[in-house]
Design a protein around this ligand. Structure first.
Ligand code: NDP
Length: 473
């Protein structure tokens, strides 16, 4: 029973509603009859520092940290356990009398899951997808075991992947390769790999029709480990099973990283079987709710994001024609709804009024599929816009060279209220560097050559969309 002496633990992340950690930890707490409780807190990147101040101020005992905060949380902590320091990612925080200490239990959770299936990574080639917090921990565990590691991630994360490879260099027994995640590189690396590990969030509900690796590139007989555990049987695992691969879900890793965090907060050995049963029951409950209440939406729409002047409208219009879908330009809808130009909305009502209309239109437009949506440059400033868009749409970032964008904007500047000021060039540079990580984060697909002619951009988009089951060209 919760009372005045109950110690509170929890998980921070965004999104966090998919997590089964509360069910797992509360079951362990109830089983051991200890006075603890565990909650899930959805915390955005902008609020992370405030949230941690709250943890200190409220005396919260400990936290798990999940997507996307495992790396960004590091500088905000008072102390780091050497393993977390080495890995460069934290998934567990312990509040020691107001001082927050970061730990990493993902690496040993992953190693334990490999041990259970009897896989020894020594001198074997492992293809690791992703360069986020979880990939860091898994890379560390694999390097410690003496694996050959090929690290593949989207172009937006390549710098991060190279840093990760450098950080692992001192424990790795073999050189770590970093490559862009694309079909050609997957084909080359998987042809002689023994294990594929998906440490990205591709395939996680509600985007469970996605896969980070096309089925035809999976090699029969290899092992495939998916860290994603919602759903337990991801599209990647289903396709790997059909190709006679040994498949491993993220469940064992989840349970073992959780058990170690539990011990750090409570000092007690976690009841592993109790946690496993609770996690499975919760996963079944979630998937039952998803299928009865809200069927997973097939992705039949495309949303184009990117900086102003990147060519979202022209590419979007031509793409819609090519795919036989309706075309929606959110900026034009905003103008129609307000009965005036965007410049006038800005000057007469202010940017916040524009953002409010933009949000409402984005929500409405996102309530069904089968369309191509050109979004305004600032749509990514509000995470809820992206959540709405992703319900039916694959989000594509049209990335253009800054010098090309500048040239285009110089021509259309008079229509763009954000560029009304004298020093507009430096303003654009500031806006671009602030927004770039938001576009990269929101994107399911990035089109690097947004400067190319429209036909080439469309051909590239169609090729990349081919990975999604619902886009059959
Ligand atoms: P991060 O946000 O730190 O990293 C996510 C990584 O996934 C980034 O490299 C990101 O690339 C990449 N990514 C996201 N979407 C796609 C996509 N559609 N295609 C290719 N790459 C993509 O998240 P975490 O590392 O914290 O979590 C990753 C996953 O691991 C989550 O699903 C989480 O639930 C799961 N997890 C499972 C655990 C378990 O015990 N089983 C434990 C911890 C996490 P980019 O930088 O380009 O955006």
């Amino acid at each position: 029973m919760i009372n005045a002496r109950t110690k509170l633990c929890g998980i921070i992340g965004n999104p966090v509603r998919h997590t089964v950690s509360p069910a797992m930890h509360n079951a362990a707490i109830a089983h051991l009859k200890i006075n603890y409780a565990y909650m899930a807190f959805e915390v955005s990147g902008a609020s992370i520092e405030t949230a941690l101040s709250g943890v200190r101020a409220l005396g919260i005992t400990g936290l798990n940290v999940t997507i996307p905060h495992k790396v960004s949380v590091l500088p905000l902590l008072d102390e780091l356990d050497p393993l977390a320091q080495n890995i460069g990612a934290v998934n567990t925080i312990v509040n020691q009398n107001g001082k927050l200490k970061g730990y990493n239990t993902d690496a040993s959770g992953f190693a334990e899951a490999l041990r259970i299936i009897g896989f020894n990574a020594k001198d074997k080639l492992v293809v690791l997808l992703g360069a986020g917090g979880t990939a860091r921990a898994i890379g560390f565990a694999l390097a410690q075991q003496g694996a050959y590691i090929s690290l593949l991630c989207r172009s937006s994360g390549l710098e991060q992947a190279k840093l990760l490879a450098q950080n692992l260099d001192h424990i790795a027994q073999h050189t770590i390769t970093t490559l862009e995640l694309n079909d050609a590189n997957l084909r080359k690396e998987l042809s002689h790999a023994k294990l594929l590990v998906n440490a990205t969030s591709a395939g996680m509900a509600p985007n469970d029709t996605e896969t980070p690796c096309p089925a035809e590139l999976l090699e029969p007989g290899m092992a495939v480990f998916d860290v994603v555990y919602t759903p337990l049987n991801t599209r990647l695992l289903k396709e790997a099973h059909a190709k006679s691969c040994l498949t491993v879900s993220g469940l064992d890793m989840l349970i073992h990283q959780g058990a170690q965090a539990f011990k750090l907060w409570t000092g007690q050995d976690a009841p592993i079987d109790v946690m496993r049963r609770a996690a499975i029951a919760e996963l079944k409950l979630c998937s039952a709710k998803e299928t009865t209440v809200k069927p997973a939406a097939p992705k039949t729409a495309v949303a184009l994001i990117g900086f102003m002047g990147a060519g979202k409208s022209s590419v979007g219009r031509a793409l819609a024609r090519k795919m036989g879908k309706a075309f929606v330009d959110i900026d034009r809808r905003v103008e129609k709804s307000a009965g005036k130009s965007i410049s006038r909305i800005f000057s007469e009502n202010g940017e916040s009024a524009f953002r409010a209309i933009e949000k409402e239109i984005t929500r409405t437009v996102s309530s069904s599929g089968k369309k191509v949506i050109a979004c305004g440059g600032g749509v990514v400033l509000d995470a809820e816009n992206i959540t709405h868009l992703k319900r039916y749409a694959v989000v594509i970032y049209i990335k253009s060279d800054p010098s090309i964008i500048m040239k285009r904007l110089a021509i259309s500047r008079s229509r763009r209220p954000l560029l009304a000021q004298e020093n507009w060039v430096s303003h654009i540079n500031t806006l671009m560097s602030a927004r770039e990580p938001l576009y990269a984060k929101a994107a399911d697909i990035t089109i690097e050559n947004g400067d190319a002619d429209i036909d080439s951009a469309i051909a590239l988009i169609m090729q990349k969309l081919g990975r999604y089951e619902s886009f059959n060209f």
